[in-house]
Design a protein around this ligand. Structure first.
Ligand code: GCW
Length: 684
């Protein structure tokens, strides 16, 4: 239905007068090799997109009959595109890249690539240009993805629930079966491919009994899903249960060095590849949050990962092993155990021990997808090991898709962080794209934010995060506002000069800062209700064993992670960064309480005391959340009414909830510190 958000950024609407005219001469597509399923998809997408944008019928032929046409194909195999590109251009195009040029003589647009996947990405690029009203007169584009792996992780369970899902139930499963609604899966594959995603794991990293059998009993259904994703050049992976040999294999152990265990995995991998020849591999959460792993047998992560890697190696499969490993049964009295240290402490010493087809997947920060954290010091710290960064598109700690929180600016900051591991300029972006260490595998992974809600993401504006993730994985050099702008125009049709465009852009671009300002202050994290993690609860995790503390007492707050007097976490960074965080003089304000325990009267670089900062940001934050709502109200009549009311309703909830956050945090710290607000505002 119009306005329900289902088509997301693939609206392909016929732009109002003036807009469409410029593309109307393109009614013919020339494509050969259509027995290839990805090329077929590329041609179909182009037909569908052009039809929407021009409002005309589009024809497809194998040879060039009339000009101008849109000509698509792979180099070499396909003579239709070959004549158009110089060798210089075709040589510069890599595996999934593409070139797009307008032929001066005929006006034809030619998309050439090395692989069908590249053609598909090129087609989506052209449609993006047209969908945002760009000129196609003199195209001369050459793009290669910066990151090789551009992956989505579903946290879907076979009972239909989604772990940390905020947009309804799973689109993949219901009643412990794989869905029969393959159309929706295909629509999801389109959305992902249009942003450049090339890999997906289709089940939660917490793999329980039923899901363990995706590898075995459910394989025929998994193969059906793989076929859909394959047609969009997306490789399918499964999350596996480390203890599958015991859970479903009838063995009594999961010891990675046990010959029977190894044999079971080899046989299982063989069966999987029999059913799905281009199967991607396994994603593994082991020895993490009570999930099984090699520790039980006195083995380490390299033993565990390599056992699986060996089973997948003959088929070119890979093991993606998560580094989210920490002691979740901590005692709050024990001030030396620090959850932030855990991933580095566990994995860094294993550098060089992992097989070539193992990739470590590392969360962007050392704790857990908080609104503000430093960058994980493990990123880049294992030169001999493949690594990918893990983001969370699902807004577990950033408003759960009830609050608007556009995350691309956060991801950009993380990618731009200079680890200085090999001198200045060793940014996370360059580590993750593989250029620093030159390892065979590298890239991005992220937890999806979709479910079966009609608009996919619960909050319509949360679609921008899914879109933005894919775009950033393809090209981390894009700016957060450029990505937001694309999404706004593609989704709502506003050109950038229009007032509604600017309004929406502002809403998105300010949303992270606003969310941060009324929630946990100065990088301290959490302060959420336990379990579901929604809403304020300052002491929600303070007396639990998960190891996420703020240590607030009547004198001060924050976690001392310095090497001089604290947990020593700072020593996991290179000297220059360590020194910056170690010293109160140079530690950035927004991470102060992550690294230091300070009195409430400590003066920030901003000139405010910590306590006054807390009051000020929380009053301002709640006010700005109301501002988002009043901004949106100006959109009435500019967007479809249904979409208007939906967003209005979410922003109303956010505004109310931001007040609750403000009041709970302010009251808590007023009572703890006994220090009044300088401006005498109401604190309950
Ligand atoms: O943030 C935590 C979530 C868990 C999740 C875990 C993980 C899948 O609260 O729900 O489990 O991270 O990343 O493994």
């Amino acid at each position: 239905q119009p306005g329900d958000g289902y088509l997301a950024w693939l609206q392909y609407r016929n732009p109002a007068a003036g807009g469409a005219g410029r593309y109307q001469e393109y009614q013919r597509i020339v494509a050969a090799g259509l027995d290839n399923t990805v090329l077929r998809t590329a041609a179909d997408e182009l037909v569908q997109g052009l039809k929407g944008i021009t409002g005309l019928e589009i024809s497809v032929s194998e040879t060039i009959a009339a000009s101008p046409s849109i000509i698509i194909g792979t180099f070499g195999a396909d003579s239709v595109v070959d004549g158009f590109f110089s060798t210089e251009v075709s040589n510069a195009v890599q595996a999934e890249g593409y070139a797009i040029q307008t032929d001066n003589k005929t006006g034809s647009i030619v998309i050439g690539a090395l692989t069908p996947a590249g053609v598909l990405y090129g087609v989506f690029h052209l449609l993006r240009i047209m969908g945002t009203g760009g000129s196609v007169r003199q195209l001369n584009i050459l793009e290669n993805p910066a990151n090789q792996l551009r992956m989505i992780n579903q946290w879907d369970n076979m009972d239909g629930s989604v772990e940390r899902g905020y947009a309804g139930q799973s689109v993949f499963y219901e009643n412990n079966m794989i869905t029969g609604q393959l159309e929706r899966i295909q629509d999801y594959a389109r959305l992902l491919a249009s942003t450049g995603i090339n890999a997906i794991t289709i089940n939660n990293v917490n793999v329980h009994q039923t899901e363990s059998r995706l590898l075995t009993d459910f394989l025929p259904d998994v193969a059906r899903l793989a076929a859909i994703f394959r047609s969009y050049a997306i490789r399918l992976f499964l999350s596996i249960n480390y203890a599958s040999t015991m859970e479903i294999g009838g063995l009594e152990t999961a010891d990675p060095l046990d010959p029977d265990v190894r044999e079971w995995w080899r046989m299982t991998a063989a069966a999987v590849y029999e059913a799905i020849p281009d199967f991607g591999g396994f994603l593994v959460k082991a020895d993490s949050e009570n999930r099984p792993g090699p520790f039980t047998y006195g083995r380490d992560h390299a033993d565990g990962a390599n056992m699986l890697a060996e089973a997948l190696q003959p088929y070119g499969g890979i093991v993606i092993w998560r580094c989210f490993v920490y002691n979740c049964k901590q005692d709050w009295r024990d001030r030396s155990t620090d959850r932030a240290r855990a991933a580095y402490d566990h994995f860094q010493p294993l550098d060089g021990r992992f097989m070539d087809n193992v990739i470590l997947q590392i969360k962007n920060g050392p704790i857990d997808f908080q609104v503000r954290e430093p960058v994980s010091p493990l990123l880049g710290a294992m030169p001999k090991t493949n690594q990918v960064i893990e983001f969370q598109i699902a807004q577990e700690y950033t408003g759960q898709q009830r609050h608007v929180c556009y995350l691309v600016p956060q991801w950009k900051e993380i990618l731009d962080f200079d680890t200085q591991l090999q001198g200045k300029g060793t940014t996370v972006r360059r580590i993750v794209d593989g250029s620093v260490h030159g390892n065979p595998y590298s890239g991005f992974a992220a937890v999806s934010n979709i479910g079966n809600d009609s608009n996919w993401t619960g909050h319509l504006l949360a679609q921008a995060n899914l879109y933005g993730y894919g775009r950033l994985a393809w090209n981390p050099g894009l700016s957060a506002d450029a990505i937001a702008g694309e999404w706004i125009t593609l989704t709502f049709g506003f050109a950038s000069a229009h007032e509604p465009f600017q309004l929406l852009l502002r809403i998105l671009m300010e949303s992270w800062e606003i969310y941060e300002s009324y929630t946990a202050p100065l990088g301290v994290g959490f302060m959420v209700n336990p379990d579901h993690h929604y809403g304020p609860n300052v002491d929600g995790y303070e007396y639990s064993m998960w190891g996420t503390y703020h240590f607030a007492d009547c004198h001060g707050m924050g976690v001392d992670r310095t090497t001089a007097t604290g947990t020593g976490y700072t020593s996991q960074y290179v000297q220059a960064n360590m020194e910056q965080y170690e010293s109160l003089d140079s530690c950035p304000d927004d991470l102060l309480l992550f690294f230091h325990h300070v009195p409430y009267t400590h003066v920030l670089h901003s000139g405010k005391t910590v306590i006054q900062h807390i009051y000020d940001t929380h009053f301002e934050g709640a006010e700005r959340a109301y501002g988002l709502l009043s901004d949106w109200k100006l959109m009435k009549g500019q967007v479809d009414d249904r979409a208007y009311r939906h967003v209005e309703e979410r922003l109303t909830e956010q505004a109310g909830h931001s007040k609750e956050w403000r009041d709970r945090i302010n009251t808590y710290f007023l009572r703890k510190s006994g220090i009044p607000d300088q401006h005498g505002r109401t604190i309950y």
